[in-house]
Design a protein around this ligand. Structure first.
Ligand code: NAD
Length: 360
């Protein structure tokens, strides 16, 4: 198969971690007989330095011409970097918001996995952590409270602020379809999270999700109120497979779930549109404090590349091989500094990439 991948190395540790993910993808291509065509584009601070803007139209076109985009991370240290003395629409993060909009990425996927070998990093009680967990949070990314009308007014000296939470059934249906499709590739269980005891938007959400569920009889559907979900994530995270939810609930729950894993350098993410196209990136930032020192953990980016193989290219065996390589390297005791513990062997970013590629 021919894979056209546009890479955005970005800023800080971005170029280092993307280089290692490419190393692993190249090992996959060699083993399984694929050909990968890479195109690199600039975004964020790197694009500001070269072109004066965080994202050029040429870069957008190069991203659109690919089957998928693999990104490192963008941005710098806000207190010292000259990028943050620019107006907000010219700062690094504006490039990321613009590309998400240009590519119509409405579905955000964040897996939260607790690896047996990293169980000590989990802040939950030992008996809960011992059960392990492997969940996927599917968050609607382009609707809801963050995109509704908002205003602040003042009358008779009293200030009033209004935000509007709007969803139409098409917006709900397309993310629900993605959620069920992904559950079908996993353990076949969707927990849809809402606040249907209070909000109209949640009652519509629940109805539409139930309609979509009829097309997926092999997937089980359960509803959960968001306040209960926030509790269950720390009480019994093993019960979750796919969590399907709207924008603001997903924003909060995905951060909660990722903190419960305890290892920021291990967390992948993907943002998808209604085709097979997706943008894949680690959940962490550009870590300017360790950039250029071969200290970054490339595993989140490597696992993002595995998600790309699975969801944009339907290469499930290849994605399994990458995830297996990660487990194997952890089992053999290799760690980057961020996940280092007693008795393990510390390696740098490049060596971690080599070890993973060798185990494909
Ligand atoms: P961060 O995630 O970059 O770093 C937080 C801490 O975690 C740091 O101590 C860092 O060294 C460590 N860390 C992060 N990733 C690591 C990895 N792979 N290996 C080892 N250690 C790792 O968060 P921050 O410091 O708040 O943000 C730095 C910059 O990244 C900011 O400009 C921010 O806006 C940007 N950012 C970008 C994205 C993105 O591109 N999607 C996301 C979040 C933050």
């Amino acid at each position: 198969m021919e894979l056209k991948i546009t890479c955005i190395p970005g800023d800080g540790i971005g170029p280092e971690i993307v280089a290692e993910a490419k190393k692993v993808l190249d090992a996959v291509a060699a083993k399984y007989g694929h050909v990968i065509h890479y195109t690199d584009i600039l975004m964020g601070g790197a694009s500001i330095d070269a072109h004066g803007v965080p994202l050029t139209q040429e870069a957008v076109e190069a991203a659109k011409a690919a089957d998928a985009v693999l990104m490192g991370s963008i941005g710098g240290d806000a207190s010292t970097s000259p990028w943050y003395r620019l107006p907000p629409n010219l700062r690094p993060e504006a490039g990321l918001l613009a590309i998400r909009k240009e590519l119509n990425l409405f579905a955000n996927l964040r897996p939260a996995v607790l690896y047996d070998e990293l169980v000590e990093a989990c802040p939950l009680k030992a008996e809960i952590a011992a059960a392990g967990f492997d969940m996927m949070i599917m968050r609607e990314l382009t609707g809801g409270l963050y995109f509704g009308e908002r205003r602040t007014t003042e009358e008779n000296g009293v200030r009033t602020a209004v935000d509007t939470l709007v969803y139409n059934e098409d917006e709900i249906r397309r993310i629900a379809v993605k959620g069920f499709e992904i559950a079908r590739k996993r353990r076949g269980k969707v927990i849809s999270v809402d606040k249907a005891n209070v909000l109209d938007s949640s009652r519509l959400w629940r109805q539409v999700v139930e309609e979509v569920a009829k097309d997926y009889p092999e997937v089980t559907l359960q509803h959960m109120l968001v306040d209960n979900c926030a509790m269950q994530l720390v009480k019994d995270p093993a019960q979750f497979d796919v969590i399907l939810t709207e924008n603001m609930f997903g924003d909060i729950l995905s951060d909660e779930a990722s903190m419960v894993t305890g290892s920021i350098g291990m967390l992948a993410s993907a943002s998808l549109n209604d085709t097979k196209f997706g943008l894949y990136e680690p959940s962490h930032g550009s870590a300017p404090d360790i950039a250029g020192r071969d200290l970054a953990n490339p595993i989140a980016t490597v696992l993002s590349a595995a998600m790309m193989l699975r969801y944009s290219f339907d290469l499930d065996a290849e994605a399994d091989a990458v995830e297996q390589a990660v487990k194997q390297v952890l089992k053999e005791g290799y760690r980057t500094s961020d996940i280092m513990s007693d008795g393990c062997r510390q390696v740098g970013c490049r060596q971690m990439g080599d070890l993973l590629a060798e185990r494909i």
